[in-house]
Design a protein around this ligand. Structure first.
Ligand SMILES: Nc1ncnc2c1ncn2[C@@H]1O[C@H](COP(=O)(O)OP(=O)(O)OP(=O)(O)O)[C@@H](O)[C@H]1O
Ligand SMILES: O=C(CO)[C@H](O)[C@H](O)COP(=O)(O)O
Length: 402
């Protein structure tokens, strides 16, 4: 019986056919090859095998508005080197940030209702009915498979949906916003997920600081906006934390009794056990329960001091490790003392965490656990990315040997 084999290779720019692929092409490790489709035709039957060759690692970052996502993204892209900028020559109100390695998109771009539409229907932007999850899923899947997409833009200045912008598959694709883990199909596409869990007291303090000082809002209007969002936040945003591989929880300090200023923070890094390519950070002794007050000869601490705790816990029925820091640093250069007591932080050289923190000393949270844990999660993401890529490169080699 005559058997002919047709291979169709779709690159980012074109589709072309080749009669017989080379070994490299069969190993799917050419970045520009996105779909590999082999059609074996006998006289009457056709079998199709489709393989994706995209190298893109997808990271989800969930948090409410004004909870530090942009700051976290700036720390993350800095770990990979190079600055992140909006697409060149594009819409000046684009929410996208592109650097050499990473592309960060804001999921607000998948709002299906614009500001007026939401007002007319009486729904908030947090409500799933105001968002297009089908399109979000299709486009994140395409990027993960190495296919460029035309993503819509939600314009925060006008409140309208602007014409789409072209997003090409990067090495690391970060989807940040209100709902990266809401839709099960999108969740499945994530290689790693993070939730920034800012307690109400702290969220309020940060909102006041930003919206009163920088945006001229009144205290009453800030209170009203937080209250108006709360039911939908509780229903649709907050539950996503159960799916996150890492949660950064930000709470008022316990070092000052009845503190309500929200300036000194207790920050917990909750790390899920058993996540592929992710080994939780630990303090002194993995799996033990530790309480450590490092203030003394090597670390300068003014009132109320600093306290670290570490240990195993259960979080939404998952086994997790929790590293906690309560208090704030007086001198950032002394952070090296704390860093040297942490293990599994995925640094490439001694003192890398301290170096990153010093480099961005002017970012919010640089003197406390928010900055420290965001930096560490950035390093863990770099490590995860490198492991995934190494694994993908090794797999075709093994297949070729077999
Ligand atoms: N770690 C932090 N410590 C103190 N304040 C912080 C911290 N992170 C963020 N803030 C405050 O919250 C504000 C919002 O931060 P950021 O812009 O990073 O949040 P966002 O989630 O990206 O906000 P939005 O979604 O509204 O754009 C900052 O201007 C700052 O006032
Ligand atoms: O929750 C939000 C996420 O950033 C925004 O409020 C939402 O995107 C709507 O934006 P705007 O208030 O500009 O119409």
């Amino acid at each position: 019986m005559a058997v002919s084999t047709v291979y169709t290779v779709q690159s980012l720019n074109s589709t072309f056919s080749i009669s017989k692929p080379t070994k490299t092409q069969l190993g799917f490790n050419q970045k520009q090859l996105v779909f590999y489709k082999k059609t074996t035709t006998t006289r009457r039957t056709t079998t199709e095998i489709t393989c994706s060759t995209g190298d893109t690692v997808v990271i989800g970052l969930a948090a409410d508005s004004g909870c530090g996502k942009s700051t976290f993204m700036r720390r993350l892209t800095s770990v990979f080197g190079g600055a992140a900028e909006p697409p060149k020559g594009g819409n000046p109100d684009s929410n996208t940030l592109i650097s050499d390695t990473t592309t960060v998109i804001c999921l607000d771009d998948y709002h299906s209702l614009d500001r007026t539409g939401r007002k007319e229907k009486g729904v908030t932007a947090l409500d799933p009915r105001a968002n297009d999850f089908d399109l979000m899923y299709e486009q994140v899947k395409a990027i993960k498979n190495g296919v460029a997409v035309e993503k819509p833009i939600y314009n925060h200045v006008t409140g309208l949906l602007d014409p789409p912008e072209l997003i090409k598959p990067p090495k690391i694709f970060v989807i940040e916003g209100l709902h990266p883990m809401y839709d099960a199909r999108v969740r499945e596409l994530l290689d790693f997920s993070i939730y920034l869990d800012i307690s109400n007291e702290v969220k309020f303090a940060w909102k006041i600081q930003r919206d009163m000082a920088e945006r001229g809002h009144s205290l009453e209007s800030i209170k009203a906006s937080i209250e108006a969002r709360k039911p939908d936040f509780d229903a649709y945003i907050d539950p996503q934390k159960q799916y996150a591989d890492a949660v950064i929880e930000v709470l008022p300090t316990q070092l000052i009794p009845d503190d309500n200023e929200g300036k000194v923070l207790r920050v917990r890094l909750i790390m899920k056990e058993g996540v592929k390519y992710f080994n939780p950070v630990y303090l002194f002794d993995e799996g033990s329960t530790i309480s450590w007050i490092p203030c003394g000869r090597k670390l300068t601490c003014s009132y109320p001091g600093i306290k670290f705790t570490y240990g195993p816990e259960s979080y939404f029925g998952h086994e997790v490790s929790v590293l906690e820091m309560d208090g704030q640093f007086d001198r950032l250069d002394e952070l090296i003392y704390v860093e040297s007591h942490l293990s599994n932080i995925s640094t490439k050289f001694y003192g890398e965490v301290t170096q990153q923190m010093l480099k961005h000393a002017d970012f919010p949270g640089s003197n406390n656990g928010t900055g420290l844990f965001q930096t560490i999660v950035g390093l863990k993401i770099r490590d995860l990315f490198e492991q995934i890529v190494a694994n993908r490169t090794a797999a075709p080699l093994q297949a070729t040997k077999a």
